[in-house]
Design a protein around this ligand. Structure first.
Ligand SMILES: Nc1nc2c(ncn2[C@@H]2O[C@H](COP(=O)(O)OP(=O)(O)OP(=O)(O)O)[C@@H](O)[C@H]2O)c(=O)[nH]1
Length: 341
């Protein structure tokens, strides 16, 4: 029997984890789900947010399962099928992960008879989509081209004409995917899943060809680096299979992450000062995404930052405080000072 696989794709901060939480709560309560979370940075934040969902979960850190961690990805899938025996696997790739590469990995000989693509959803931040299309087209377009359902997020404050213009700009990339434009809180999870293009149509029009992926014959172990200390930076290294960076110098090669683990306590005002400072590009680099859960004086604080927009809410206690920043030309020392001042 082939195990159905859902992939919730989408660029940095699009709303993948938010959608995942909705689907887990509303659609998958009675299924044995295995959740595979991929974080670009060296510390996991989404895993902490999803921990209350009571599903079996594995986090793979420090890169993308579509490229630098594809061996780990394959190994996790094989071990999950053998040991966990889930009824469904849900994958949340990083925001800079290539959907086509992930689909190609699922179609390797070693996996293709064991797994079947079921819901392939790409979440698109309606407020940032055109900027991402212009600046980070390589990954952004790939995520759109290979989706079965294209879900616009953050549409509540956008008028219908802008939404229509956005769809017109993106539609040439994928003419058969079903669009979801209604704010999600007005829809049930089942409505979202039912909106999809029939899987048979999707399979014939969108799946990438089966290709030989180098380095998968001897997959490496998990990235079991549980929690790192201090700061790290990382380049993604995502590139089409079988091609080196030299052959395909992509803008995405320049994404970096800065990760931070520290017991330092913050006030909500201090966190607000941090997130409102992040757009200072000359000082910190071009920051596209930041998120963290840190201790406060009385309660934990959870913050989210997506290209200039931010949100600060109550967090749940974690083993230690954590933050991650993703962007281009990150200025690590300045970020250290910002969080440690
Ligand atoms: N207003 C609004 N905010 C949203 C919506 N979807 C997500 N968000 C917010 O956007 C931020 C990022 O959402 P996530 O679900 O963490 O996005 P993600 O795609 O998992 O982000 P990565 O961690 O970069 O992979 C959070 O503050 C969410 O609350 C939406 O439809 N409307």
């Amino acid at each position: 029997m082939q195990i159905p696989v859902d992939i919730i794709s989408g660029f940095l901060g699009a709303g993948k984890t938010t959608l995942l939480q909705k689907l887990l709560n509303e659609c998958y309560k009675n299924q044995k789900i295995f959740l595979l979370e991929n974080e670009f940075g060296q510390v996991g934040i989404d895993g902490a947010l999803l921990a209350e969902q009571n599903v079996e979960m594995k986090e793979i850190y420090s890169g993308c399962i579509c490229c630098s961690l594809k061996g780990d990805f394959t190994q996790v899938l094989l071990e999950t099928l053998e040991q966990v025996k889930p009824q469904r696997i849900i994958i949340e790739p990083t925001g800079v992960g290539k959907l086509s590469e992930i689909l190609a990995i699922l179609r390797q000989d070693i996996l293709k008879d064991k797994l079947t693509a079921d819901n392939i959803i790409t979440v698109i931040d309606a407020q940032k989509a055109l900027m991402y299309l212009k600046n980070f087209g390589e990954f952004f377009k790939d995520q759109i081209r290979h989706a079965q359902t294209l879900m616009l997020s953050k549409t509540k404050d956008i008028n219908w004409q802008e939404i229509q213009d956005l769809i017109q700009a993106l539609k040439p990339l994928n003419t058969s995917a079903q669009w979801v434009t209604t704010p999600w809180n007005e829809l049930t999870g089942s409505q979202i899943l039912r909106a999809r293009t029939p899987i048979t149509t999707y399979m014939t029009t969108h799946l990438p060809p089966i290709i030989k992926l180098p380095g998968l014959q001897n997959p490496g172990g998990y990235s079991t680096k549980t929690y790192h200390h201090h700061q790290h930076s990382l380049s993604c290294g995502c590139h089409p299979s079988g091609q080196s960076h030299k052959q395909t110098p992509l803008a995405t090669d320049t994404f970096q992450s800065w990760s931070w683990e520290n017991p330092k306590k913050f006030s909500p005002e201090a966190i607000q000062k941090i997130v409102t400072s992040l757009p200072e590009e000359k000082k910190y680099g071009q920051i596209l995404r930041a998120k963290g859960i840190v201790p406060g004086e009385n309660a934990w604080i959870h913050f989210e930052y997506v290209s200039g927009n931010w949100d600060i809410v109550a967090g749940t206690p974690q083993p230690t405080g954590r933050a991650v920043v993703i962007g281009i030309d990150l200025q690590e020392e300045q970020l250290n000072q910002l969080f440690e001042a």
